[in-house]
Design a protein around this ligand. Structure first.
Ligand code: 13P
Ligand code: SF4
Length: 331
């Protein structure tokens, strides 16, 4: 099946879907027939968020994958999210709409190089962000997401020697709020690194009452300007609980859809990137997913996430540890 990938994607998605069929209706029918669920990350296109059974941040998607009774999980997000679901739920079929939906942060940490790096620090515990491949998770003591990173780092004894990877911005931020001195891997997300400080400062002059809210994958200079720093779920909660009416949102622009849904009378301004005439910042990997691909993926049950069983077992342990700790911490 893999060898037919180009044909399948090009042939069915671009040319062969009958233009007269109601795709949303068909997707719902297939989901019912096959006992499938669609789980979508907040960075998905609006129309995908609207058809999803569940929408969440990386932690919520992992927790949902552990709980669902569905036979098929269609993970509308990026590859590592599908892998995480498969590691947790090996008996379920985990599908992703486009295998090319990768992640620059996950790509910044290759297993062979990371392994060599770890050899230099034999007595260190290894904490990795969920935005990594299964191979990296298999080398880790515990996995974290941006929602639980601080609490999980805090759960280690104060004198424990820690390595954190792959996101240097999140790692620096967690070091600053926990008083730790974790050794950091030098990786980053290209989307969160390219927000323009100058353009955000200009926006703040136009909207002096606006609050700046930012994801911890952003660079330190931007985090220093932020009124609130948190995961996508945390940013969404903040705009609902804070009484400010205008927010400059420094994370991938997909989250604005849920913000507008839950707070239709508040104003959300996407923080602009520095390299584009567009006013918002999209992750091109997240945006590879489309309704058409979701329809084909559910219909043909492909592309499917497949993981080598020995890697899966090793990667499961640090994810389970994260889920247990998160549960204990009420996250
Ligand atoms: P969260 O879902 O944990 O906020 O992470 C954001 C992200 O970059 C996902 O790729
Ligand atoms: Fe990866 Fe960044 Fe895209 Fe998230 S937004 S999937 S971290 S490249």
């Amino acid at each position: 099946m893999n060898n037919n990938s180009n044909w399948l994607i090009k042939g069915f998605v671009d040319e062969s879907i009958d233009k007269n069929i109601d795709l949303i209706n068909e997707i719902n029918n297939i989901k019912r027939e096959k006992n499938a669920v669609i789980m979508a990350h907040y960075y998905q296109k609006d129309e995908i968020q609207d058809i999803a059974d569940y929408i969440g941040d990386s932690l919520a998607l992992a927790q949902l994958a552990a709980k669902t009774n569905a036979d098929i999980i269609l993970l509308a997000g990026v590859h590592f999210m599908g892998e995480t679901a498969k590691i947790i739920s090996p008996d379920k079929k985990v599908l992703v709409p486009d295998l090319n939906a990768g992640c620059s942060l996950a790509d910044s940490c290759k297993a062979d190089i990371f392994k060599r790096f770890l050899h230099k620090y034999p007595d260190y515990k290894v904490i990795t962000y969920v935005n990594t491949s299964a191979d990296i998770k298999a080398l880790s003591d515990v996995v974290v997401t941006s929602t639980n990173a601080k609490a999980i780092v805090d759960s280690f004894p104060k004198d424990e020697k820690l390595i954190f990877g792959p996101d240097r911005n999140l790692g620096n931020y967690i070091n600053s709020v926990t008083g730790r001195n974790m050794i950091l891997w030098d990786g980053a997300c290209h989307v969160h690194e390219k927000f323009s400080l100058e353009k955000i400062i200009e926006l703040k002059k136009i909207y002096p009452d606006a609050k700046i809210i930012a994801h911890p994958e952003c660079k330190k200079a931007l985090l220093l300007l932020a009124d609130h720093i948190g995961s996508t779920a945390s940013l969404l909660k903040y705009v609902q609980t804070d009484n400010c009416n205008t927010f400059i949102v420094a994370t991938e622009s997909g989250i604005l859809h849920q913000m507008k849904c839950v707070e239709p009378y508040k104003q959300f301004i996407p923080a602009p990137p520095n390299d584009s005439t567009c006013a918002c910042n999209d992750c091109e990997y997240m945006k590879l997913n489309t309704i058409e691909k979701i329809y084909n993926t559910l219909k043909f049950e492909w592309p499917e996430i497949v993981i080598d069983e020995s890697i899966r077992k090793k990667a499961l342990h640090p994810i389970e540890k994260m889920l247990e700790l998160s549960n204990k911490l009420g996250l």
